[in-house]
Write a protein that binds this ligand. Structure first.
Ligand code: ADP
Length: 186
């Protein structure tokens, strides 16, 4: 199964993707994770994206497409994937459509985790205290939410217009949300 997981920062995408991966038996492809690993390893890509990420802004579409293309061309995703963190704007929607077309791997669904903004802010503040991610500072969180509203919200509309979008209530326990996600994908 090939799915795109959509949701604002703090919506629980990462947590749910890790569980979905077990339930569906397909890899979790998180562009944010891939970038954080590159930063941690100090690769040329990591050095290029470090500051942009820390500010809560988007990495360039060209860099992201290179990264995604390389990842989705590996054999472990031939039976499917859960894509988390991409696409994040309309240019990336087009790029993904073209890439999947070329790979002969059409998407099955796009699933949106819906969580009210007040709760996103609360969750991100909690995570900042625990994990110390460089983009969980109050300024970067504000910027990530602004970027989501202006650039990523249209991605939701893009999938809705194609009748591919499934909306899932992201408020509840981790288990409750997992159940809803699986039900939405059945
Ligand atoms: P969150 O959804 O919590 O903001 P992610 O882990 O998905 O976190 O992404 C962290 C950061 O990585 C983003 O703020 C952005 O700088 C960068 N990033 C991840 N995916 C993309 C993408 N598809 N396009 C541009 N930048 C991205």
């Amino acid at each position: 199964m090939r799915i795109v997981l959509l949701g604002a920062p703090g919506s629980g995408k990462g947590t749910q993707a890790a569980r979905l991966k077990e339930a569906l038996g397909v890899p979790h492809v998180s562009t944010g994770e891939m970038l954080r690993q590159a930063v941690a390893a100090g690769t040329p890509l990591g050095r290029q994206v470090k500051d942009v990420m820390a500010r809560g802004e988007l990495v360039s579409d060209a860099l992201m497409l290179d990264l995604l293309e390389e990842r989705l061309s590996r054999p472990d995703v031939s039976n499917g994937f859960i894509l988390d963190g991409y696409p994040r704007n309309l240019v990336q929607c087009q790029a993904l459509a073209a890439l999947l077309e070329r790979l002969g791997q059409p998407l099955d669904a796009a699933v949106l985790l819906e969580v009210p903004v007040a709760m996103l802010i609360e969750r991100l503040a909690g995570r900042a205290a625990q994990e110390g991610r460089s983009d969980d500072s109050p300024e970067a969180v504000k910027q990530r939410l602004r970027v989501y509203e202006s650039q990523t919200a249209p991605v939701v509309e893009y999938f809705a217009a194609q009748s591919r979008l499934r909306r899932v209530d992201g408020v509840g326990t981790v288990e409750e949300v997992s159940e809803r996600l699986l039900a939405a994908l059945r």
